[in-house]
Write a protein that binds this ligand. Structure first.
Ligand code: SF4
Length: 391
């Protein structure tokens, strides 16, 4: 056990690492979950799985991973693909920047590395989208060569093992975590131990209610010995997410629904969605207006509730519409992003036939029920399509 007030000595890491390696190896062999990406040593496939698993649950990735690999079976196939194809295969998985970077990374490997995924962490770090964690994961798991990897799970495990009390030292940026992980990987098979550390964090040493009674490294755990399991890591302060109320314009033309490609900057950049118009006069809008007013210390006139008008639609789309009163009978959709919440009310409208021709084809698409445009279709759009009965 290590006193968190004093940085631990290297031999303390060494003996802890040796103990962890000894206990985790047989435990992982017996208890690992059977996951598709654990049945391969192909560095490209492991790279794909690691990118997908960032901020995403294993259960979700289980569906996407085999489909993505069937569509882009190797680096060459991914590098040769159009970005819109890649985004389409990623649709619903979220954090689309990952898909764009993975695609760029594949092009880099093809152009700069002869199509061969590098086998060392330093060269891997030069690949777009590959950070220190992913480089460590690919090097250790695919090439069985020791390169530390510390994500939130591993940071939590090491913080508890070392009984690190200070919240600012419990995160994945603490150099001690990387040193311990590196020392563990050097004392056995990096392929097994890298996955074992992650598996321990994901299935036993979980954020809440860790299963210490069945933990293979309990005897080496400082937090367990000192009764600190429930206080390490320190609970994060909850930050209220700003909410926005929006109209989701469901514009139909001969049974086809209009989708708009979002701007290249901002939320859901470059992905398909219904055209959105901010609602004013709602409780959320008033709250936001109040906050802004306080911030700027200026007097504002309170928003008056307004109905969705054809004028505001025309402003948003430059489109002439048949319906004056939009049909608001579809269920609203609430979508929670990492730092924001959207409350969307679908509004059904009918376009005039000749208006269709006025829209730019690269920015707009008219889809039949069940049809999907080429490119990324995020989960929020899928929810809206379901609400509209157009999925
Ligand atoms: S004993 Fe408990 S707190 Fe310590 S590593 Fe194991 S599961 Fe985590």
């Amino acid at each position: 056990m290590v006193d968190s007030a004093h940085p631990p000595e290297t031999d303390a890491h060494g003996s802890l690492a040796a103990e962890l390696a000894k206990r985790l190896t047989p435990w992982f062999v017996r208890n690992q979950r059977d996951l598709d990406w654990r049945r391969t040593r192909d560095p490209y496939a492991i790279w794909v799985s690691e990118i997908m698993l960032q901020q995403t649950r294993v259960e979700t990735v289980k569906d996407y991973y085999p489909r993505f690999l069937a569509r882009f079976p190797d680096v060459g196939a991914l590098a040769a693909a159009d970005e819109q194809d890649v985004l389409q295969a990623w649709s619903g998985l979220g954090y689309y920047r990952r898909a764009r970077l993975l695609h760029r990374g594949a092009r880099y490997v093809l152009d700069e590395c002869g199509g061969v995924v590098p086998g060392d962490a330093t060269s891997l770090r030069a690949v777009p989208g590959v950070g220190r964690y992913t480089a460590g994961a690919i090097t250790s798991i695919a090439f069985d060569s020791p390169a530390a990897l510390v994500d939130g799970n591993v940071a939590r495990v090491v913080s508890r093992l070392l009984a690190i009390r200070e919240p600012e030292r419990q995160g994945a940026n603490n150099a001690i975590h990387w040193d311990v992980a590196q020392a563990v990987l050097e004392r056995g098979s990096p392929r097994v131990l890298a996955q074992a550390l992650m598996e321990l964090g994901a299935t036993v040493c979980t954020p809440t209610s860790p299963r210490c009674a069945s933990c293979p490294v309990r005897a080496s755990c400082g937090a367990h010995a000192e009764g600190l399991v429930d206080t390490i890591p320190a609970p994060r302060k909850k930050i209220a997410q700003p909410e926005e109320d929006l109209w989701a314009l469901a514009v139909f033309w001969r049974g086809r629904l209009l989708l708009e490609r979002r701007p290249e900057q901002g939320l859901l950049a470059g992905l398909w969605c219904l055209p959105l118009v901010t609602q004013t006069g709602t409780k959320t809008a008033k709250k936001t207006a109040k906050k802004t007013a306080k911030k700027t210390a200026k007097k504002t006139t309170a928003n008056k509730p307004v109905k969705l008008s054809t004028a505001s639609i025309k402003r948003a789309l430059g489109l002439r519409l048949r319906a004056v009163d939009p049909d608001l009978s579809c269920a609203p959709v609430r979508h929670v992003f990492t730092h924001r919440v959207w409350n969307l009310q679908p509004a059904k409208l009918e376009a005039l036939a000749r208006a269709k021709a006025t829209l730019d084809d690269s920015r707009y698409a008219w889809i039949a029920p069940g049809e999907r445009p080429l490119g990324g279709l995020p989960k929020v759009t899928q929810k809206l399509l379901t609400s509209l009965g157009h999925a």
